[in-house]
Design a protein around this ligand. Sequence first.
Ligand SMILES: [Zn+2]
Ligand SMILES: [Zn+2]
Length: 344
Amino acid sequence: MKAIVKWKKGDGFVELREVTRPVIDSEEVLIEVKAAGICGTDIHILHDEFEYSPPVIMGHEFSGDIVKVGDEVKGWKVGERVVSEPHTGACGVCRFCRTGNYQICPEKRPIGSGQDGAFAEFIKVPSWLLHRIPGEVSFEEAALAEPTAICVHCILEKTGIETGDFVAILGPGPIGLLAAQVVKNAGASCVFISGTSQDINPRLKIAGELGVDHILNVDEEDPVSKVRKLTNTTGADVVIEASGSPLAINQAFQMVRRGGRISALGMTEKEKVEIPWNMGIMKGIQIALPFSSSYTSWEKALGLIVSKKINVNSLITQRFPLKDWSKAFSLVTKGQAIKILLIP
Ligand SMILES: [Zn+2]
Ligand SMILES: [Zn+2]
C-alpha cells in the first residue's frame, strides 16, 4: 500500500513509499483510511521538532471503515465506521493508565509518530481506542474528531468555561477555530481571536463567519491593549494559547485577568520559552497544560459534531491525494489552509 513515511531523524526525510499492509494481532482491527487531517504536529515531525521513531507512517487524525477484526476483539465488526484515539502503546497498568490518564502513559507510542499512522491506505489500531462515527457525520467531518477532542479535553475538562466568560484565543489555526466554537457552546459571552497578516485569508475570514466577536491582526494592533480595552481593563477570564509563539505565550500572562485561567494548546518550536512566572503568581492565575485527549473528550467531541454545535466542515479548506503530501504540508506551513485532508 502507499504511505507517507518519515524514514530518518532530522529535518525533512519524508516520502511517499510503497509499504506492506499492516498485519493485525488478536486485539486489533484493520481500518481502511477514508480521510486523514494534517496537523501542526505533522509539520513539527517533518522538521524534527517532536518526538517520533523513524521509519514511521505519519498521521494521527483520521476516520475509516473496519475491514478486519482480530480474534479476541469484542464489540466491533467489519464495516463499522470509526475514528480512533492515538494513544497506542499505553500500558493499562501504570498509575496514569489506571487513573484514566492513559494519554500521558510513559509507555505510549502514539500512532503517526511512535508507531505507524494514518497517512496510508490502511492502519491498524487496538480496538479499545475506537469510537463509532454517528450516522449523520461524514468521514471527512469525523477526521476532525481528534483536534476537536483535544480542545474539549483542554478547555472544557481541564480549564473550565463559565457562562459569560470573555475568552481570548491566540492563534487562528484549526485548534483556535475549533476552540472558538467549543467556548461559544459552553457559554462564553465574548470571544476574541488574534492572528498575523498571514492568517487573514482564510483563517481570520472563517473566524468571522463562525461568529467570533472580535478579530485582531497582531501585525496592526497590540492584542494585550485591545483585550484590556474590550474588558474595561480587567483582562480576559480565559486565554487559550493556540499559536505556540513565545510572544503570544507572554501576552497570555499579560492579558489574562487576576484569578483568570490560561489554557495551553499550542506546542512551540522552541525547547524552552521564558515566561513571566512571578506575574502569574501575583495575578493568582491558573494554567492548564493538559496533553492530548481523553475517552470522554472524544465522545463529547463527536456529540458536538453530530449535533452541528460545531461546524467542522467550514474548516476543511483543501483535499489532496497522498502523492501530493508535500504541496499540502507547505500550504499548512504557510497558513494558506485551515484543515487539509489527505484522501488515500
Ligand atoms: Zn493533531
Ligand atoms: Zn500506562
